[in-house]
Design a protein around this ligand. Structure first.
Ligand code: CP
Length: 331
């Protein structure tokens, strides 16, 4: 085993002893070679026209359990489409109607589903670290053949969103090493922002900016390799990519902002503000969007927006992640 692979395993419970991706839990600490391999594999699933995706037998006979303990439109649906395109059997557990609502613990639920011969759990949970807990439990109980893919945990990590964002940026901008990327808004509560920052710095983007009010920016951003701006007009100057974030009202404790109107006045992406960026800048948003709060409809529906392309690329990226993870031995 290479020294770099050994170091990765020590810091990264998602890698097996060969340095391969056994689970996808976070982009933090993921080697650049693995990130690039996922993006390249996703490319192979996108056919001419970027709309039709090939159906392949890579996961025939495998069972993928979608466990969404928190609401989702894009992620859950594209994981389901991706599973079907890989020829897997998909089981969408209805959490509200499951025994989780009767007090069954998360790990008891996992053990029971594993006893039904689950091969992969796709997990979204409001608690940061829940997918890590499941992956650790599976490893500790020697169920190495069962894989976990994090579909978003609390405010911690949303790795497949980060990867589909990177796919989208590479598609439109080609070379990461010449870009200035701005992430705008509620970074404090955003798992997408954290995943994007890790992915962008791993892929060699020379300037990653974070723009937002002080109350919505966490400490330690500079240590993550980003430049912080509280003034949106300053922060947007000359950027190539703008990633807008939703105000995560459901994760806020107390009033961190005067009002949505005030927020839009200072941090909403309007056509005038977009004109400060590079003329060919692209506008991204992970969704769901709050029109008139963080983004003006004229921008969201305008020619520089690639927001729906992000959703489409999410299918190929999730196919890539699942097929790569399922192809590892786990031991
Ligand atoms: N971007 C994203 O995670 O959207 P959903 O909550 O709809 O899955």
């Amino acid at each position: 085993m290479e020294h770099s692979a050994f170091r990765s395993i020590m810091h990264n419970p998602q890698l097996n002893k060969h340095g391969e991706l056994q689970h996808l839990l976070t982009i933090d600490g993921l080697p650049k070679s693995i990130v690039t391999h996922i993006l390249d594999t996703a490319s192979s699933f996108v056919s001419i026209g970027e709309r039709e995706l090939k159906k392949v037998p890579l996961m025939r006979g495998k069972s993928v359990f979608n466990l969404f303990f928190e609401n989702s439109t894009r992620t859950r649906t594209t994981f389901e489409i991706a599973s079907k395109r890989l020829s897997a059997d998909v089981i969408n557990l209805n959490i509200a109607a499951s025994s989780a609502s009767k007090g069954e613990s998360l790990l008891d639920t996992i053990d029971n589903l594993a006893a039904m011969h689950a091969d992969m759990f796709v997990v979204r949970h409001a608690t940061s670290g829940a997918p890590f807990l499941i992956a650790k439990h599976l490893n500790d109980t020697r169920q190495h053949h069962v894989h976990v893919v994090n579909a978003g945990d609390g405010r911690h990590s949303h790795p497949t969103q980060g990867l589909l964002d990177m796919y989208t940026i590479r598609h439109y901008k080609k070379d990461f090493t010449k870009l200035t990327v701005a992430i705008v808004g509620d970074v404090l509560h955003s798992r997408v922002a954290r995943s994007d920052i890790h992915a962008l710095t791993t892929l060699g983007v020379p300037e990653v900016r974070v723009i937002g009010p002080r109350t919505l920016l966490p400490g330690g951003l500079e240590q993550m390799g980003v430049r912080v701006f509280n003034n949106m007009n300053e922060g947007l100057k000359g950027v190539d990519v703008i990633i807008m974030l939703r105000l995560q009202n459901e994760r806020m404790n107390g009033a961190l902002l005067p009002s949505a109107q005030e927020y839009f006045k200072n941090y909403g992406l309007t056509p005038d503000r977009l004109a400060l960026a590079s003329p060919d800048a692209i506008v991204m948003h992970p969704g769901p969007m709050n029109r008139g709060v963080e983004i003006d409809s004229a921008v969201a529906d305008g020619p520089q927006a690639v927001i729906l392309s992000q959703v489409t690329f999410g299918i190929a990226v999730r196919m890539a992640v699942m097929s790569i993870v399922a192809g590892t031995s786990g031991e």
